[in-house]
Design a protein around this ligand. Structure first.
Ligand SMILES: C[S@@+](CC[C@H](N)C(=O)[O-])C[C@H]1O[C@@H](n2cnc3c(N)ncnc32)[C@H](O)[C@@H]1O
Length: 213
């Protein structure tokens, strides 16, 4: 079964969905990272950005909008169009492949939401290990992963620690399968390199359970 990544976003219209609850955490974590950023330009990137509800929701609450320079990378043209309809100046929406480092520039706020549930465990580890390449010093990464069995999130948190990040938060909620992790780079960024991070394989969505990933 192929997931329709436009329809996938419909769960954001259902106030009872896990995705809506996950979104509130992601927006709060991104907004906190923006507010904690020093004066001057703040660079933000989002991989597999979908319709950008997380970024645009956070930026709408931020009072230094003019300081935000962003790039959202999304493959699906309909999602790109929906993101552009919400767009704000300074944030570009790129229709393209988010799986390669060449899609990005080093940023202060990095979103990897809805990615780690759709790539192999090995690629999650590879991406986390290489994330310091996409980070400016002190950058904050906000990421998501469901924690259905077998729960990969304990390993993901270990991989972040091994890659030089400290954990700022790990948000979950009883009865829901989402997790939102927030990590700050305390080690050095990695030197830039053009490389592939992951293969986005997707996963079947049976339409019943909350399609968080
Ligand atoms: C699970 S959704 C997450 C969307 C968004 N980040 C969110 O959390 O609301 C995954 C998104 O990745 C996009 N996608 C899949 N493969 C991609 C690729 N290689 N490059 C960029 N985007 C991709 C899909 O079109 C889909 O919108």
């Amino acid at each position: 079964m192929t997931t329709n990544w436009v329809e996938w976003h419909n769960a954001y219209d259902d106030p009872t969905s896990g995705l809506v609850r996950r979104l509130a955490h992601v927006r709060r974590r991104v907004l906190t990272a923006l507010r904690d950023a020093p004066a001057g330009e703040i660079r933000l990137i989002s991989m597999c950005a979908g319709q950008g509800l997380d970024v645009f929701g956070a930026v709408a609450e931020f009072d230094r909008t003019d300081d935000v320079v962003g790039r959202l990378v999304e493959l699906d043209p309909e999602n790109v169009a929906a993101a552009k309809a919400r767009g704000v100046p300074g944030i570009e929406i790129v229709e393209g492949d988010a799986s390669v480092t060449s899609a990005y520039y080093p940023a202060d706020v990095v979103l990897a939401c809805g990615v780690f549930g759709n790539v192999s465990d090995e690629d999650v580890q590879r991406t986390v290990t290489l994330l310091p390449m996409l980070c400016r010093p002190g950058a904050t990464v906000v990421w998501t992963r469901h924690h259905e069995a077998p729960d990969l999130t304990p390993s993901i948190r270990e991989w972040f620690a091994a890659a030089g990040f400290e954990e700022l938060g790990f948000d979950t909620e009883p009865g829901y399968s989402y997790s939102v992790g927030t990590h700050r780079l305390v080690g050095e960024p990695l030197p830039w390199q053009d490389t592939k991070l992951f293969d986005f394989v997707g996963k079947p969505f049976d339409g019943r359970r909350s399609p968080v990933s």
